[in-house]
Design a protein around this ligand. Sequence first.
Ligand code: GLA
Ligand code: ZN
Length: 692
Amino acid sequence: MNKMQLTICDGTEKNMRKYINENFKHILHGGDYNPDQWLDQPDILAEDMRLMKLADCNEMTVGIFSWAALEPEEGRFDFSWLDKVMDDIYRNGGRVILATPSGARPAWLAQKYPEVMRVDESGNRIFFGARHNHCYTSPVYRQKVAIINRKLAERYKDHPALIAWHISNEYNGECHCEYCKAAFREWLRKKYGTLDELNHQWWTAFWSHTYTDWEQIDPPSWRGDRSVHGRNLDWKRFVTDQTADFMKHECDSVKSMTPNIPTTTNLMCFYPGLDYRVIAKYIDFISLDNYPDWHGDDSDIERSAKNGLINDLMRSLKHKPFVLMECTTSCVNWHSFNKLKRPGVHNLFALQTIAHGSDSVLCFQWRKSRGGSEKLHGALVDHEGSENTRVFREVRALGARLKKLDEIVGTVTESMVAILYDWSNHWALNDARGFCNVDKKMMWALEQVYRALWNKGIDVDIISSEDDFAGYSFIIDPMQYMVSDELGKKMGEYVENGGALLCTYMTGMVSENDLCHLGGFPGCGLRKVFGIWNEEIDTLYPEDSNEVLLADGTTVKAIDYCELIHTEGAKVLGIYNSDFYKGMPAVTVNSYGKGKAYYIAFRENDGYIEKLIDEVLKERGIVSAFDGELPYGVTVHSRTDGETLFVFVENHTAQPQSLKTELAWTNVENGEPVIGSIQLDKRDVIVLKRNL
Ligand code: GLA
Ligand code: ZN
């Protein structure tokens, strides 16, 4: 049973669609367009319009780095070129996602107001240039950004081409200027109230770090100190909040004039520098920039699964469709080796992204620039300039397909399973001095459990500890090192009320401020929930291993981490088979209230966790939205509006595949019935539907 079937049995929810923009219900196809680089070549700009139509592009993202063209001198604005671009795109049947230009500033601004440039952690102010390097706190920068943003909103508020605001570009990084330091201290005062409380939560008695004056507190820096983990964590949280505050300031400046135009900013997958859950709160929809390092063979299957995880995170940030804002049609220019996307890979990647909840396929960049560091980056239109390129032909074929997917727009995904991922947890875990200091491999652990679901074609949400757990039958929470009292209670209640919870080694060791829990791991009541006590963790050398003997007599190789746990009511599913902890439990399950709590105390890479996940899925009756058997590399994801179920069957292998089904489907693209079997070309996706 999947959640949709449950909802339908309840006979309630219908019309579940959530649109990016109610006035344009099409899959967006297009990308970053930089006409301001070609203003002296009107023939090129005219050709752009012809080619856009040819490739069925209906969207252009404009103005991301256009500040110098829009405000060539302080207070002198020039919108004439943008007026024409907006009009031309609209006349061509397209729409515009218009950017605020704060991602890079004009030279005059940095020259006149040096404070807009960041100070790095050694205390040096950086020079003008590059991009994404402004101070988020600087009052002058905020003021200048608000002015240009308001001018843009004022000018285009009624323009029929405008469908969304692209706020800045890929917010990232941090600043150590005096403004930012003062804001950090203020943030800490608000959080802790008193220095005593801060000293306690940061455990500053360690190495005599006790603070007696707020002014003594600096951000972490290699010139100073990084040993106060609570401070490291709070600095990261502060950077997120300060960035979000800057972004909110930008959003407010356009929203005041265009309340109905949605805002977004483009996120970089699992970017570790910002907690995207906080950023997501202040924008209307999520946008993703995604550039996997494709190889063009079956080794891409794992990359595809990683991609699925990224897409599911993006959809889950707001539990609604998102926009793929950037990808490349061919190669990028910043990987170590910039291999071309093989024929068909762009098509597969694009449709995969839609399968997971994107309502767009937008690329960086429309046309290759002539100069600058991105002139060799892939684009829809090459320096050659015509439609007669392999890439353009592929994009054109994709554009023709996307036109036939209007029915998908706005549909949502209903998952019975969730994986829990918290940025703070990942930060604290990576910061911990202990276990394996080379790499804690949190992403690896996340991808491992994700793959188990991807292989089976099970829809999954990537949630945070703040999400509502109630709608999920099964929550998988790998390496949840940081557990607050609140989260511990929530996990306990979830299981008590009937949920299945699977946790791993390193669960529940520290509080939300990175203080170790006292009274035995896992803390915050989880010892009772899992029915175990975790006494010690053995970190193995890469060449070491242990063996776990499972209840059915089979064995599995334990690597990296083996926890020495004791049962306190849990049932043992496997024990260690060697070393001084031979015979101790390695995997357990505890019935708690109406639910079950599973604990895997060791790491493995032989498919055991996948088997355990399969068993839980079976026990809970959680199935894929597609009934047929899925060969390795073929997966399925679904979207729905509450009445129709749309199923994307994705072939991530480099061979054609044939699948069986006993259900009656319709092919969304051509309206033809699909009965009995499905033929999939290599690296292709078929979109099916049936009534619920
Ligand atoms: C990022 C940026 C774009 C461009 C691309 C290149 O995603 O947002 O401006 O630099 O990378 O891949
Ligand atoms: Zn600053």
